[in-house]
Design a protein around this ligand. Structure first.
Ligand code: BDR
Ligand code: CA
Length: 303
């Protein structure tokens, strides 16, 4: 199994990614950390705890950054609803978050692990930037960062920037320059990671998880139930267990932090025009059928 820390801002596609991370037989989910993103961090933390309660799992949860490193907070409630997971009435969680903030809990988890840990990030990168700033030595026990974020093409939050990077460009820039191996699953692949209406209808009747996810899907605005929904965050989990479904290109990626119109854009130097060493492995293509097959197989393992 692959030891994993999952940094998330649930979030409807985050909820599906969490299900896959918890129920995949190939992943050992050691810690969940939350960050402000789709909605505020109190709510993303509550959402993560509610999902664990729903599945009766007791993986530790640490609450992370309340706001980006240097910019005001913005959210995506127009995509995920006011609660971040609109559409299902969850029972209140019994588990509480850890006392330590996310970046300290991450450091502790990395220090204690006998094997290098993969950091999977499916929200803004604020917590990871704080971890690297406060505990630079932790790098040695991170095997790689697998992130959902960025784009080699257009954005989805501003014309040029993807949401997770646009919310905290300074944090993303620090992570990209960290020297840690980074696999970037950006919009180039995640816009194509669409669940079909046919499968979503079947999922609804499959299990209590299927029913719950389907209720969330009917409130998720990244596509539509009639034409299919984009499962951005699920791509990072898919790469982890089935890297052969993706084609990666190693190149230099910079994050624009100065632009007044382009802040948060990931500048992906596919033709090596800057002549800088590659720092990111960028997913440029995905086997969509293979992805869908894996999603069905993995979500069928959830109760
Ligand atoms: C990303 O933005 C969020 O709304 C989703 O959860 C995903 O992490 C897609 O751009
Ligand atoms: Ca997310």
């Amino acid at each position: 199994t692959i030891p994993v820390i999952l940094d998330t801002d649930p979030g409807i596609d985050d909820a599906v990614a969490l299900a896959a991370a918890i129920f995949s037989p190939h992943i050992d989910l050691k810690l969940i950390t939350t960050v402000a993103g789709n909605v505020g961090v109190t709510q993303t933390t509550r959402n993560a705890l509610q999902l664990l309660e729903f599945w009766n799992e007791d993986i530790p949860v640490a609450q992370g950054a309340r706001r980006p490193l240097c910019r005001p907070q913005a959210d995506a409630a127009h995509i995920h609803g006011e609660s971040g997971m609109d559409g299902y009435a969850f029972a209140p969680p019994r588990q509480s978050p850890l006392i330590r903030p996310a970046f300290m809990a991450m450091a502790e988890c990395l220090q204690e692990s006998s094997r290098p840990v993969t950091l999977v990030t499916i929200g803004p990168l604020t917590n990871v930037a704080l971890l690297l700033a406060h505990y630079p030595d932790c790098k040695t026990n991170i095997s790689r960062i697998v992130m959902m974020g960025g784009s080699a093409g257009r954005g989805n939050f501003t014309p040029n920037a993807e949401f997770n990077i646009a919310i905290d460009p300074e944090a993303a820039a620090q992570v990209m320059e960290s020297g840690i191996e980074i696999v970037m699953c950006g919009l180039d692949v995640t816009n194509r990671a669409v669940l079909t209406p046919d499968y979503m209808a079947r999922l609804k009747t499959q299990s209590k998880t299927g029913k719950m996810l389907h209720s969330l899907f009917s409130h998720y605005r990244s596509g539509s139930l009639a034409t299919g929904l984009r499962m951005h965050d699920l791509c990072a989990i898919a790469w982890l267990v089935h890297p052969e479904l993706f084609q990666l290109v190693d190149c230099y990626v910079g994050v624009e932090t100065q632009g007044t119109l382009t802040a948060g854009a990931t500048v992906v130097d596919l033709e090596n025009r800057f002549n800088r060493p590659a720092n990111v492995r960028v997913a440029m293509d995905i086997d969509v059928d293979g992805f869908r097959h894996w999603v069905e197989e993995t979500l069928a393992l959830a109760p």
